[in-house]
Design a protein around this ligand. Structure first.
Ligand SMILES: NC(=O)c1ccc[n+]([C@@H]2O[C@H](COP(=O)([O-])OP(=O)(O)OC[C@H]3O[C@@H](n4cnc5c(N)ncnc54)[C@H](O)[C@@H]3O)[C@@H](O)[C@H]2O)c1
Length: 321
């Protein structure tokens, strides 16, 4: 069943987990004027009250919006509930420890959100985002089209930005996707990457420059490892992911049918099933309208299978069934 829009109600967006990512998204959403109501929910209620006060003081410069520190019952009627709650990774903890902690947080949060709001869309950013998108789908019982992970929206943005710098064109004019896991096993789709419909080798030929495979590989590695580079310098990443969450939210609220690389349940794609990862996806008011079944070359298919296997292994370790 698609998300049901109540056209008489103000457009509400709920945010669960208002740390770096959640607060930056709330700020971007407020500036955009897209939501009439923004409810902030976090285990640290004092912090979230402070965020609500700070955001409300921007209202004379922005748009009439109701912003408040709420609780799970306030998710009722939200078109989108953005989940960015997560435990910090403590020194000495493995990635799997963190996954188990965040999965435990999920089993607290998701049932509360869905009880208050069975008709909304869940948009997940917490890492590991593909695994937690799958867990949110299982725990919520929602139709898969209403459970979306930010997936590789950020990696695709980084990829397009770096390619745009290399080829000296606007990042919005570069059409190239990162698919699969948001993480180390992600897959760059070179076979269809293009500028103005010209595949990159063709574009180079037209520009009378050599197509430099090594430079391309370096761009992919910079894309894949960008988070490590940023975290080393400033401790966390939040502006670009918040902008990506904004773009997904806008596509939903405005029913835009925008193609975005986001994570959702995969069914029968190159033999892959029952796992969440990113593919170019048409997003509309109902959430996932359709996954675009990209044609891939054989090396890309093989990498995607490896990426899916990494995700499946983690999903299995959580014993969600
Ligand atoms: N998907 C992406 O592309 C992407 C990019 C950047 C960060 N992230 C992820 O987003 C998550 C949040 O990052 P951050 O920098 O905002 O972290 P943060 O520590 O600043 O914020 C996390 C918030 O979650 C809250 N929280 C923890 N447990 C909770 C619970 N049980 N109920 C409600 N709230 C709870 C905390 O109080 C905190 O305010 C992390 O998992 C991070 O890895 C994802």
């Amino acid at each position: 069943m698609p998300a049901q829009a109540n056209h008489s109600a103000p457009t509400r967006v709920a945010i669960v987990g208002v740390g770096n990512v959640g607060a930056t998204f709330a700020y971007a959403l407020l500036l955009s004027g897209l939501a009439a109501e923004i409810v902030l929910i976090d285990a640290n209620h004092a912090r979230v009250e402070g965020e609500a006060m700070d955001l409300n003081h921007a209202l004379p410069f922005t748009h009439p919006t109701r912003v408040w520190a709420g609780n799970y019952s306030d998710c009722a009627g939200a078109v989108v509930t953005v989940l960015t709650a997560g435990a910090p990774q403590n020194p000495g903890e493995t990635r799997l420890d963190l996954i188990k902690k965040n999965a435990a947080i999920w089993s607290q949060i998701v049932p509360h959100v869905v009880k208050a709001n069975p008709n909304g869309i869940l948009l997940i950013a917490t890492n590991p985002v593909d695994v937690l998108t799958y867990a949110a789908w299982k725990l919520s019982g929602l139709p898969a089209e209403r459970v979306i992970g930010s997936g590789t929206i950020l990696d695709t943005a980084r990829f397009r930005y770096l390619l745009s710098q290399y080829f000296a064109v606007d990042a919005r004019s570069v059409h190239a996707y990162i698919i699969g896991e948001h993480g180390d096993s992600e897959v760059p789709v070179w076979s269809s990457a293009n500028i103005a419909g010209m595949r990159l080798p063709q574009f180079c030929q037209a520009q009378q420059i050599a197509y430099d495979r090594e430079a391309m590989e370096k761009i992919f590695l910079q894309t894949r490892d960008a988070a490590y580079q940023i975290i080393e310098r400033k401790g966390a990443t939040y502006y670009a992911v918040a902008a990506g969450l904004m773009r997904i939210t806008q596509a939903i609220l405005r029913n835009q049918r925008t193609v975005l690389s986001v994570s959702s349940l995969i069914r029968n794609y190159h033999g892959l099933d029952d796992v969440c990862f990113s593919l170019p996806t048409v997003i509309d008011r109902g959430g996932v309208e359709q996954l675009l079944r990209l044609e891939l070359d054989s090396a890309e298919i093989e990498k995607l299978h490896r990426s899916a296997e990494v995700l499946r292994k983690t999903i299995r370790s959580l014993n969600l069934d």
